[in-house]
Design a protein around this ligand. Structure first.
Ligand SMILES: *Cc1c(COP(=O)(O)O)cnc(C)c1O
Length: 366
C-alpha cells in the first residue's frame, strides 16, 4: 500500500490538496503585520461560519487541540464562587467535570449515562434545587457514541433559571446547526481539525463579546485565559506564539468551507456519507449502537458482531487503506466508530463499502 490511509477517525481528517499545500506558506514572525492579517482573516471567517453568531460573539484563537479550547472556555467563564452544572452523557462531558475539579470550582454533575439522551428532568431538578448555578456546560455532539445532543429544551431550561450555556462543539462546529440567536450561549469551543478540515494544532472559542469586554476572568491559568487574548487579538496579535503553519491550513480550510456552501452543505454531505454506511452495514447485519434518529451527521457507532475482534477488524480495514476508530472505556471491544469528515470522494466511499463487505460478509461478492 503506497498511499496514506484514509482517516475515518473523528479528527484529524484526511486533508484536501489545497489545505495541505497551504501549510508550506512563507515563514512568518508572529509579531509582524502579515501575521496579524492572517489572524484577523481567520477570526472573521470563524465568526461567520454561523451568521447568527456574527453580531454578539467574538472568536479567539488558541494553540492546542480541542481539549485546550474547552479548558480555556471553562476556565475563563465558569465562576469561581458560584456553581456550574455539568450535563454529561459520555467521555467529553465527564472531561469537563474533571476540568472544573482540577480548577477547584464548585460544580455538580447530571450524568445521564453514555447510551442515553440528556436527562432533562434531572437537569431541571438540579437547577431547582440549587439557586447558585450560573452556568451549564454540555457537549453538543458526544463523540463517545455519536449522539447529537438536542439543545433547544436544555437552552430553555437555562433561560428559565437565568443560567448561561457553554458548549463543547469540538466535533460539531462547522457542520451541525448551532442556534446562537436562541440558545443562551456564553461560549462555544471548537477545533481546526474536525468539521472545519484544518490540521491539528489550532483551536478556538467563540465567546459573547460583552462578557469579554466587561466581564471578569475566572481563569486559574495564565496560558488558557481567554481574557488575555481577547483585547490583543482585535489587532491580530496574540500574547503567545501561534502555530503559524496550522493557521495557514485553517485559513485555507475556512475558505473551502465557504466556497462549498458552508456548514449546512457540509452537514448534508456528511449525512449522505453516514447514511450510506449505515444502510450498507445494516444490510450486512451490523447495527448501530444507538437506536433512532439521534446521530450526528459526521459519526456513527456500530456494534461489533459477536465473534469479531476489534483489533482484527481495524487491521483488516487498515490493510485496505482505512483507519477506523475503537470504542472508549466500557465500549472498548464492543463497538467501532466511523466518521465521515474530510476528503472522502465517492470512489473512496465505494471502496470502503467493498472493504466492509469483505470483512462482514466474505461470501457475498460486491
Ligand atoms: C475531539 C473532541 C474533543 C477534543 O479532543 P482533542 O484530542 O483535544 O482534540 C473534545 N470534545 C469532543 C466532543 C471531541 O469530539
Amino acid at each position: 500500500m503506497n498511499e496514506a490511509p484514509v482517516l475515518l477517525n473523528p479528527g484529524p481528517v484526511t486533508l484536501t490538496r489545497q489545505v495541505r499545500k497551504a501549510m508550506a506558506g512563507p515563514d512568518l514572525c508572529h509579531r509582524e503585520p502579515e501575521f496579524a492579517e492572517l489572524t484577523q482573516d481567520i477570526l472573521k471567517d470563524l465568526e461567520s461560519v454561523y451568521p447568527t453568531a456574527e453580531k454578539h460573539y467574538k472568536a479567539i484563537l488558541l494553540a492546542g487541540s480541542g481539549t485546550g479550547a474547552v479548558e480555556a472556555m471553562v476556565g475563563s467563564f465558569a465562576p469561581r464562587e458560584a456553581c456550574t452544572l455539568v450535563v454529561c452523557n459520555g467521555v467529553y462531558g465527564e472531561r469537563m467535570g474533571a476540568m472544573l475539579k482540577a480548577q477547584g470550582k464548585p460544580h455538580e454533575l447530571v450524568d445521564s449515562g453514555w447510551l442515553n439522551p440528556v436527562d432533562l428532568d434531572a437537569v431541571e431538578k438540579a437547577l431547582k434545587s440549587r439557586s447558585d448555578i450560573e452556568q451549564v456546560v454540555v457537549v453538543h455532539h458526544e463523540t463517545t457514541t455519536g449522539r447529537l445532543n438536542e439543545l433547544s429544551k436544555l437552552g430553555e431550561l437555562c433561560k428559565q433559571h437565568s443560567c448561561g450555556l457553554m458548549l463543547d462543539a469540538v466535533s460539531s462546529f462547522g457542520a451541525e446547526e448551532i442556534d446562537f440567536e436562541n440558545l443562551p450561549l456564553t461560549a462555544v469551543a471548537g477545533t481546526a481539525n474536525k468539521c472545519l478540515h484544518g490540521v491539528p494544532g489550532s483551536a478556538f472559542v467563540l465567546a459573547r463579546a460583552d462578557l469579554l469586554e466587561n466581564g471578569t476572568s475566572q481563569s486559574p491559568s495564565v496560558y488558557l485565559d481567554l481574557f488575555r487574548y481577547a483585547g490583543q487579538q482585535d489587532t491580530g496579535f496574540s500574547p503567545f506564539t501561534q502555530p503559524v503553519q496550522c493557521l495557514y491550513a485553517l485559513r485555507a480550510a475556512l475558505k473551502e468551507l465557504g466556497q462549498s456552501g458552508g456548514a449546512e452543505a457540509r452537514r448534508k454531505l456528511y449525512s449522505r456519507r453516514s447514511n450510506l454506511l449505515r444502510d450498507h452495514l445494516r444490510a450486512l447485519g451490523v447495527n448501530t449502537l444507538l437506536k433512532g434518529d439521534v446521530y450526528s451527521s459526521m459519526l456513527t457507532s456500530f456494534k461489533l458482531p459477536s465473534g469479531v475482534d476489534y483489533d482484527e477488524f481495524h487491521d483488516r480495514l487498515k490493510a485496505d487503506g482505512f483507519i477506523t476508530y475503537a470504542g472508549q472505556g466500557g465500549l472498548q471491544g464492543q463497538i467501532f466508530r466511523l466518521a465521515t469528515m474530510g476528503e472522502l470522494p465517492d470512489a473512496t466511499m465505494h471502496k470502503l463499502c467493498v472493504s466492509l463487505t469483505s470483512v462482514f460478509n466474505p461470501v457475498v461478492v460486491s
